[in-house]
Design a protein around this ligand. Structure first.
Ligand SMILES: Nc1ncnc2c1ncn2[C@@H]1O[C@H](COP(=O)(O)OP(=O)(O)OP(=O)(O)O)[C@@H](O)[C@H]1O
Ligand SMILES: [Mg+2]
Length: 219
């Protein structure tokens, strides 16, 4: 059972959206998937309420219960995604501690990137493989902006997922309908983006198995 934590102190950067979308991508890849929602806002738990018996299973929990909960889930799932609140607290620390890999979604904007660096420091302190995901990027903005930001982060030893997730109405609209872009319109560009991100994530999880992560963070 692989565990992926979404962690970003910045609110509204796409943690819950990417959590549900990656979960459904994994289901469509025949994986047994659950989401643990550590956010008291219960965004993902409410999304799941309307889905009835449709996977993924979503479990609302609290940081103090996380390790016991995950222990009880072992064997039942191939992939568990943990969504966390944007507030500083135990939730992201516990989620990162439990995770095989940490994803930090962010918009490509200086103030957001500053918040990313704080989340990354937390994950680095726990020596977890950590990747930024550029989210909600304007499709019309020149591609070089993402590439320049990627290289600035690379200079600090911070890796960014190759697939940029663009700002697309279908992400929010499908989420509001307790679905994902993958279900509402499997042929959409959004669905392609998510499948590409999921494919990369799967590769990373396979590569990282039993491999300690010794990131050298410069500066
Ligand atoms: N790629 C995207 N394109 C369009 N809208 C997006 C995208 N990503 C996120 N959003 C929208 O931005 C808002 C915030 O997204 P989301 O709830 O996923 O963020 P979050 O990081 O979980 O927020 P919080 O920190 O409050 O938990 C939502 O309305 C969502 O639909
Ligand atoms: Mg959220």
């Amino acid at each position: 059972m692989k565990i992926v934590a979404m962690a970003a102190r910045k609110g509204g950067c796409g943690k819950s959206t990417l959590t549900t979308h990656l979960a459904v991508a994994a289901i469509q890849d025949s994986k047994r998937v659950a989401i643990v929602d550590l956010d008291p806002q219960a965004t993902v738990a409410e999304w799941a309420d309307e889905r009835g018996d449709d996977p993924p299973d979503v479990i609302s929990s609290q940081p103090a219960r996380l390790s016991k909960l995950l222990e009880s889930m072992r064997g039942a799932y191939d992939l568990v995604l943990i969504d966390t609140p944007p507030t500083t607290g135990e939730a992201d620390r516990m989620a990162i501690g439990a995770a095989d890999l940490v994803l930090v979604p962010t918009r490509i904007q200086t103030s957001d990137i500053a918040a990313v660096l704080r989340s990354i420091d937390k994950a680095s302190a726990q020596e977890k493989p950590t990747f930024v995901v550029f989210n909600d990027e304007a499709p019309s903005r020149r591609k070089t902006v993402a590439e320049e930001t990627r290289s600035v982060l690379a200079q600090r030893g911070i890796e960014v997922a190759p697939q940029v997730i663009h700002s697309r109405i279908i992400y929010g609209e499908s989420q509001d309908a307790s679905k994902t872009a993958l279900e509402v319109d499997p042929k959409s560009v959004a669905a392609d983006e998510i499948r590409a991100l999921y494919g990369w994530l799967t590769q990373q999880l396979n590569q990282q198995t039993n491999k300690p992560h010794n990131r050298q963070v410069a500066g």
